[in-house]
Design a protein around this ligand. Structure first.
Ligand code: URA
Ligand code: CA
Length: 435
């Protein structure tokens, strides 16, 4: 087999065989196939696309490029969730203790933030001493003992995706349905859960800017999951404004704690209940999604969810005094209000630019190696549909550097769109895709 022939075949719009896909993934992971040939193939796939059979084969080949996590030592049906990435998306921190509090094992691998989107691991490191670098053995023990563990993705899990994603990122070939879905699903399946609930974001702050694209991505990923033996459901949810109020690591941890104590933002809670009820139902702990939702609400009301978060933070070395008193979490030196210069209704908050503004304050990474400042970020005070008067506070900037406050202020004002008429409502949950 020759890589040249595969490139020409795909360039001409033909289908690649299972063997050819395996040949490419194997050879590229080993270093036998150079980046320039791999990028030519990625570009050919970008233009000519892949059918479902090729997409599933690609996912399988990527899973087989490295180790997979064996969770068979964990009792019960293991569930996992994955978000395609958003701004201020604190769901994992809220949702995983709620689901675990119902006795369902949650064994989760999470990532770090990049660009305008945040990552669960960075957020958790707001707790002094908290570590995601636990061994596989400890990971499994923790899930058996307390039903919840979160670790970073190990280096040998889907090595093909690490190389390919980095290559796609610099060759303009990220935005292809088959490439995105195989990248996400290979990692999810290799991490070993029996059931997967996907949160596919749609809107300005998401990968998928419109509903049609998001639905295609959701149904492709559900299809891949089911064909590879995992119960898979996708929730399509709004990312046209940040989720909740807080955008930034420790700020989001604080928001998650408030939510678990029953005082969280409505949209964040609603999304957690929607994703969570599907997780509970797939884990066969409820007769219906509606019943699962009531059970999840119960974990907030009876305090078992916040207690679960406490156990989880303790088990991974974190300081729970910061949970009991959130003032002990990392705090920024300057907290500056951003005031509206006009009155009207908030018709739009550009999520991606708010995410980028938080990143510039230090809450996120422009490139992979950057260090994040856990304390900083933006806390929204007004959201879409709210009315404002001149001088009302739209948001607060949390910064550790006096020098970057002016630019953040300008960015926030530019990205809050205020109109004279109240815009029509955008749903938080667009659809739920099941097989
Ligand atoms: N997230 C991933 O993990 N992979 C992609 O290709 C896109 C988003
Ligand atoms: Ca938030």
């Amino acid at each position: 087999m020759k890589m040249y022939d595969l490139i020409v075949k795909k360039r001409n719009g033909e289908e690649l065989s299972t063997d050819e896909i395996n040949y490419f993934i194997h050879g590229y992971t080993k270093g036998d196939i150079p980046d320039y040939q791999a990028s030519a193939l990625m570009m050919a796939i970008y233009f000519q696309k892949m059918n479902m059979r090729e997409t599933v084969d690609l996912t399988k080949a990527m899973i087989n490029s490295g180790d997979t996590l064996n969770l068979s030592k964990i009792q019960g049906i293991k569930v996992d969730k994955h978000s395609t990435g958003g701004v201020g998306d604190t769901t994992s921190l809220v949702l995983t203790p709620m689901v675990a509090a119902l006795g369902i094992p949650v064994a989760k691998m999470s990532g770090r933030g990049l660009g305008h989107t945040g990552g669960t691991i960075d957020k958790l490191e707001s707790f002094n001493g908290f570590s995601v670098e636990i061994s596989e053995k400890q990971f499994i023990n923790n899930v058996n003992n307390i039903k919840l563990a979160i670790m970073g993705q190990t280096a040998d899990l889907v090595p093909a995706d690490k190389k390919l994603y980095a290559l796609r990122d610099v060759t303009g070939t990220v935005e292809n349905l088959s490439l995105i879905s195989s990248s996400i699903m290979s990692k999810k399946i290799a991490s070993g859960a029996d059931c997967i609930v996907l949160d596919v974001k749609v809107g300005d702050g998401a990968f998928m800017k419109n509903y049609e694209q998001a639905e295609k991505l959701a149904s492709t990923m559900v299809d891949i999951g089911e064909r590879l033996g995992r119960k898979t459901v996708a929730v399509i949810s709004d990312m046209d404004q940040p989720l909740g109020f807080a955008v930034g690591n420790a700020l989001e941890v604080k928001e998650a704690i408030h939510t678990l104590k029953g005082n969280g933002p409505k949209d964040l809670l609603e999304l957690c209940l929607t994703i969570g009820s599907n997780m509970v139902f797939l884990a066969k702990k409820a007769e219906s999604v509606e019943q699962a939702r009531e059970m999840l609400l119960g974990t907030i009301e009876d305090g078992s969810a916040i207690k679960k978060l406490r156990e989880f933070i303790t088990a991974q070395g974190g300081d729970v005094n910061q949970l009991d008193n959130t003032d002990l979490l990392p705090r920024a030196r300057y907290i500056v209000p951003v005031k509206s210069d006009r009155s009207g209704y908030i018709s739009k908050i550009y999520a991606q630019n708010i995410g980028l503004a938080a990143m510039e304050l230090g809450a996120g990474r422009a490139t992979k190696g950057d260090k994040v400042d856990l304390a900083v970020g933006i806390v929204l005070n007004k959201k879409r549909g709210d009315s404002v008067n001149t001088g009302d506070i739209l948001a607060y900037i949390h910064s550790n550097d006096e020098g970057n406050i002016d630019i953040a202020q300008k960015r926030i004002l530019e990205n809050y769109i205020i109109s004279q008429e109240k815009a029509s409502d955008i749903p938080l949950i667009y659809n739920i895709i099941r097989k």
